[in-house]
Design a protein around this ligand. Structure first.
Ligand code: PMP
Length: 387
């Protein structure tokens, strides 16, 4: 990979230079007043990015998978029932983790590229009492966008906690934790949050914390236990020293800078920019005669595109695009992974990156012998980017 290559996979993304510079500042003591101030402010900003009024933020050195485990291990007890709304490979992780935590798991599935309907979710919730419903806001394996607002409302109606995987969504896709009544939203640093891999982020509602406090059995994980982490997160926000596991000090510098940038842009402006970015890519795929994995526009993610190879073109297209200086990802879902490629377009992704990517895909399609009107994708992408 050349340092001039453009990284357009669905995480890690291309990071802002100021975030990368922040990482390299001298490492402070994790209990120094200077670091406590940085971490405390970052926690408060996490709450703002999730549009939560009074939720409890967590930032822990770990990956997104741990963030899923953090939610399940603390909110679900052995014997509890968990409903997994499955839209792809990452939804299945929730099922696996909940099963390991001793839960009785029911998975609502749909064909690859589709999502279970709200009617199906409600029918399942009517059948038995679930402790929690898991939702993958964007399943990165399929590019399917779940109706978090609708499913979270149903979960609340039937007395279940809603747990959202926002790893490929938070700080990109519209998400309003308090207004939508979501109990847990978890994410990781390397996607729309805009910080290199290594941080798990989460915000839990008051109801979620109450459910943890009402547990009858101990949390079956040492590193994930709220009993250990809650006093730490509260202490940092109260600007007091505390220790459980050494926080990744330099990563928190990067997070502080990225959250500052996100909030300076503003959440509404950011959601709107994400929609505009997706509109440009969608217009380009259409103009090039390419179809996407998600079954309908209403369930298509804005943070990434999962695009089917046209007839006569195979997965070597991704290698050809790389030769043009843009790094894309292949398919991920075991059912059809050789049939599509994925383009991440969240966070710092700007108009230049969009056009560079579409231009590289066009040149690679040309090299693959695909017949299309050269420049049509680029021309189609321009219009949504104006204004
Ligand atoms: N959930 C989703 C939707 C993801 O896209 C990913 C990572 N691609 C994960 C969970 C797991 O995150 P991590 O790789 O940071 O463990």
């Amino acid at each position: 990979m050349s340092e001039r290559d453009l990284l357009m996979i669905p995480g890690p993304i291309q990071f802002d230079p100021a975030v990368l510079r922040a990482l390299s500042a001298p490492t402070l003591s994790h209990t120094s007043p200077e670091f406590i101030e940085i971490f405390g402010a970052a926690l408060t900003d996490v709450r703002k990015v999730f549009l939560s009024d009074d939720g409890q933020p967590f930032v822990i050195g770990a990956t997104g998978t741990f963030a899923l485990e953090l939610a399940i291990a603390n909110l679900v007890e052995p014997g509890d029932s968990v409903l997994v709304v499955n839209t792809g490979v990452f939804s299945s992780r929730f099922a696996k983790i909940a099963g390991l935590q001793g839960a009785e798991v029911t998975e609502l599935t749909a064909p690859v590229g589709d999502a279970p309907t709200l009617e199906a979710v409600e029918a399942a919730l009517k059948q038995k009492q679930y402790k929690a419903v898991t939702i993958t806001q964007v399943d990165t394996s399929t590019g399917v966008l779940a109706d978090v607002k609708g499913i979270a409302a149903l979960a609340r109606k039937y007395g279940a906690l809603s747990i959202v995987d926002g790893v490929c969504a938070t700080a990109g896709e519209e998400f309003r934790q308090s207004v939508w009544g979501v109990d847990a939203c978890v994410t990781a640093s390397q996607k729309a949050i805009g910080v290199p891999p290594g941080l798990a982020l989460a915000v839990f509602s008051k109801q979620a914390i109450a459910a943890f406090e009402a547990r009858k059995s101990p949390v079956r994980s040492y590193y994930a236990d709220f009993g250990e982490w809650l006093p730490i997160m509260r202490a940092y926000e109260d600007r007091k020293p505390a220790y459980f596991g050494t926080p990744p000090v330099n990563m928190i510098y990067g997070l502080r800078e990225s959250l500052r940038q996100i909030l300076a842009e503003g959440m509404e402006a950011r959601f709107a920019r994400q929609v505009k970015t997706a509109a440009a890519f969608r217009a380009a795929w259409r103009a090039l005669g390419l179809k996407v994995v998600p079954a309908r526009e209403s369930i298509t993610a804005h943070t990434l595109s999962a695009v089917l190879f046209p007839a006569g073109v195979d997965a070597s297209l991704v290698v050809k695009v790389k030769a043009e200086g843009v790094i894309l990802a292949g398919g991920l879902h075991p059912a059809n992974r050789a049939a599509y490629f994925r383009v991440g377009h969240m966070g710092t992704c700007n108009a230049g990156d969009i056009l560079t990517t579409i231009g590289a895909v066009e040149r690679a399609l040309l090299a693959a012998g695909y017949k299309f009107d050269v420049g049509a994708g680029l021309a189609a992408a321009q219009r949504p980017l104006v204004g």
